[in-house]
Design a binder for this molecule. Structure first.
Ligand code: F6R
Length: 233
């Protein structure tokens, strides 16, 4: 695990975007594992800027996102599909059929989880997984618990996560309580992992990467990943 401490979010965004772009330049059909939330927004803006100025093309890139809210379809402005279209996909030359997120409105959610793991496998696995981190140490929506959950799964979001997500909804009652998330095996199977965290995550970064490896801090498992980079400020 390599931990790069940077002076501010600007530098974090620049460094993270450079790493993701380098991955695409090295492998034009790379499989990128992507995250949503506030933290990666600036990274996606830098990636879109690099596409616009001709430094990189996403034409052959494939993407698999970490998670999606149960009950929201891709047209819902708070769905993660919508977020990805808005922040990245509509701003670069990626082919829509090469972009994948779990389907939060699938009628059989357990089947959707199994299908998502099969999809990631069929793409040959993730070359580089971008991650944020929750205040409680979650990665994807793998919440703190007694055991690491391995496969893609349906999670009941913790109150901490629901409170953090509430800022995007006009009414607390509309904040989804469940989500589909790639499991710990899916994340740990990525060839490279890049986790980014702003200044508000300083305490959880210390706990996750300088404390014990424990399911009560899910991100701590990344201490065992052979090629993980943490960029935090
Ligand atoms: C989102 C995701 C989550 C977020 C985390 C941090 O796809 O996987 O783990 O990365 O909740 O969110 P922000 O960046 O909004 O603090």
């Amino acid at each position: 695990m390599k931990h790069i401490r940077v002076k501010d979010e600007q530098e974090m965004n620049t460094r993270a975007a450079q790493i993701l772009i380098a991955q695409v330049l090295l492998k034009e059909d790379a499989v990128l594992g992507l995250a949503t939330g506030g933290t990666p927004e600036g990274v996606y803006a830098k990636m879109a800027e690099a596409y616009k100025n001709g430094s990189v093309s996403f034409e052959k890139v494939r993407t698999v996102n970490l998670d999606e809210y149960v009950g929201l379809n891709g047209d819902h402005p708070q769905s993660y599909r919508y977020y990805m279209e808005d922040n990245l996909f509509s701003k670069v030359d990626i082919e829509k059929e090469n972009t994948h997120l779990p389907n939060g409105t699938a009628t059989d959610l357990m089947k959707e989880c199994a299908d998502y793991d099969a999809l990631v496998k069929s793409l040959g696995g993730v070359d580089m997984q971008l991650l944020g981190i929750g205040n409680n140490g979650h990665i994807g929506f793998n919440e703190p618990g007694d055991a690491f959950v391995m496969g893609t799964n349906v999670v009941t979001l913790s109150q901490n996560t629901i409170d953090a997500n509430a800022r995007y909804f006009d009414d607390m009652s509309k904040v989804p309580k469940k989500a589909l998330t790639l499991g710990i095996r899916g994340i740990m199977s990525a060839k490279k992992v890049l986790l980014i965290a702003g200044a508000s995550k300083r305490d959880i970064i210390e706990k996750a990467f300088y404390g014990p490896v424990t399911p009560s801090v899910p991100a701590s498992i990344l201490q065992l990943h052979p090629d993980a980079i943490i960029i935090s400020c």
